[in-house]
Design a protein around this ligand. Structure first.
Ligand SMILES: Nc1ncnc2c1ncn2[C@@H]1O[C@H](COP(=O)(O)OP(=O)(O)OP(=O)(O)O)[C@@H](O)[C@H]1O
Ligand SMILES: [Mg+2]
Length: 238
């Protein structure tokens, strides 16, 4: 089976500082792949480069197509979507208008279907559709950021720390939704510091340290790896 997303030998720099070195990864169709790693490991940098927000050296193919020369808009049109670390919602706009922004490049009939799909996935957003985004709870804002990214019906959703700052019950809710996305045929590339939750749901995992992947494998194997348990799972409880 050929991969949906392939990154090969990625190098990403901020000026003279190389933040990501020699990173290669694959995401298959209908897979949840996670990248875990500590603060500053380079996870956000990597997602931004895959999306075309940052330049990188190396290869990016998506659905067999070379993405490396495409700008962000064309990558979105190909089916890539990123939910950024800080969600970047428009707080003074309604839930519905924020979602509408995620649909700006698709036809009206398709947008209607997208609204339906997003509201089915997140009934809470439907209840609050007239409410201003800035007045939502943290969990609802994460749902809205994911919903907005889903409006364009992506084939791959990249999530940057979706659990950041959320209470455990809400985190469970968000991760359940990630599982539902896979069931609905959307692949997910999930960046998380919450290694415990990420490894539980993922098919495959990469461990990133200081700009490099130091370990990769099926998520259940990574979850029982001695070093991973010691460094990332030691203080958490199931
Ligand atoms: N705009 C920038 N300019 C210069 N250096 C940056 C910039 N953004 C990030 N870095 C550096 O690049 C490295 C990787 O940062 P990045 O934000 O990708 O890590 P991360 O794994 O996402 O961390 P976190 O878990 O805190 O979100 C860090 O050393 C960071 O200081
Ligand atoms: Mg980050």
């Amino acid at each position: 089976m050929s991969a949906l997303l392939t990154v090969s030998d990625a190098h990403i720099s901020y000026g003279k500082v190389e933040a990501v070195r020699s990173v290669s990864l694959e995401v298959g169709a209908n897979q949840i792949v996670t990248i875990i790693g500590a603060n500053g490991a380079g996870k956000t940098t990597l997602l931004n480069a895959i999306m075309g927000v940052l330049p990188m050296k190396g290869g990016v193919t998506f659905g067999g197509e070379d993405m490396s020369r495409l700008d962000i808009e064309d990558r979105v049109a190909s089916g890539l979507s990123l939910v950024p670390e800080h969600r970047e919602l428009f707080g003074t706009m309604s839930v519905e208008d924020n979602l509408q922004l995620g649909a700006f490049r698709i036809a009206r009939a398709t947008a209607a279907r997208s609204f339906e799909r997003v509201y089915t996935l997140f009934p809470r957003l439907k209840e609050r559709r007239k409410q201003l985004a800035g007045t939502l709870s943290g969990g609802e804002q994460q749902m809205l950021a994911m919903g907005r990214a889903l409006m364009g019906a992506p084939k791959l959703l990249m999530l940057d720390e979706p659990s950041l700052g959320l209470a455990p019950l809400i985190v469970a809710d968000i991760f359940r939704t990630v599982g539902e996305l896979r069931a609905a045929g959307v692949s997910v590339l999930l960046v998380e510091q919450n290694a415990q939750a990420a490894l539980k749901i993922a098919d495959h995992a990469y461990v990133m340290e200081l700009g490099e992947f130091v370990l990769a494998g099926p998520a259940p194997e990574i979850a029982t790896n001695q070093q991973v348990v010691a460094s990332y799972l030691g203080f958490q409880h199931a």
